[in-house]
Design a binder for this molecule. Sequence first.
Ligand SMILES: *[C@@H]1O[C@H](CO)[C@@H](O)[C@H](O)[C@H]1NC(C)=O
Ligand SMILES: *[C@@H]1O[C@H](CO)[C@@H](O)[C@H](O)[C@H]1NC(C)=O
Length: 278
Amino acid sequence: MADKQVEYEALSLLEEHEENKNSGRSARTSRVEGKGSTLTGLALLVFLFLDILLLLVIIKLILAVKSSTSNANSFGFRNPYIGLDKLYGTGLINTSIHGKIINEPSLATQVSSTDVNKVFPVDLHQWLSDFGRLSPPDRRFYVSKDVHTVVQFNVLDYGMENCSISVRLPSRGDQLPHPYTLPRHASTVRLAYCELESEQPLKERTLSWNRRPACSQKRGVIDALVGGEIELKPFECKSGSYLSYLVSCADESSECNLDVWTNHDQTWGLFLNQYQTV
Ligand SMILES: *[C@@H]1O[C@H](CO)[C@@H](O)[C@H](O)[C@H]1NC(C)=O
Ligand SMILES: *[C@@H]1O[C@H](CO)[C@@H](O)[C@H](O)[C@H]1NC(C)=O
């Protein structure tokens, strides 16, 4: 009987011991789990922080790209004539002979010294064809007492880097596709011109007297001849460059009043002759 009692007590002790052991283990694991969850939280926080940081960096990059494309015009013009300098530099190649080419302005617009914010109409001869709106390559050359003409040329052709400014006027009574104005009596019109500080394409839609580029160089006068072409002294013009000029009346007499249009077939007003240099 007593044996049984002892045996029972021993069993319950053993059970108690086992229980204690188990509860101890679970406490330990819960402590470890607690530590794990704070670690995960910390990691999440770090991730969140990195995410926000990365987002800011990306936003900054996008803004930088946007601002750099908005003045994409400031990039230089890539030379598309790769290797030609080297080729002709060897002196082993005979070049073919080219006559002069006529370079008409890529932009021609007017500014008024008396209406300083006026932007002159763009693309006046645009017309509606069966296929949609067409813009003919017409360029206006118009100078009077207070109207000045801004012209810009894009010099492109390789080896044609000898340029000279020319002015050509129709004769009185010529039949031209667009109305034109010549001085009533004088046979020449004295024009003044200066080179504008502009190595980039000008924006026709915003160009006014107040927003015109500054003159970098006074270039002198041209005595334009009614019914003839006057060509000035040639100068070097680099392929891939822009040349811009402001043309006005040299003296503001009423005889200075010129308005002619270059069109698809005929060149009137101011343009560039380009001669071969290779
Ligand atoms: C270049 O032209 C000269 C003179 O016309 C001629 O003698 C020479 O053979 C030519 N060279 C080449 C590579 O065609
Ligand atoms: C430019 O071309 C003109 C006309 O052909 C010529 O008289 C002049 O010598 C040339 N100038 C240069 C630098 O090549």
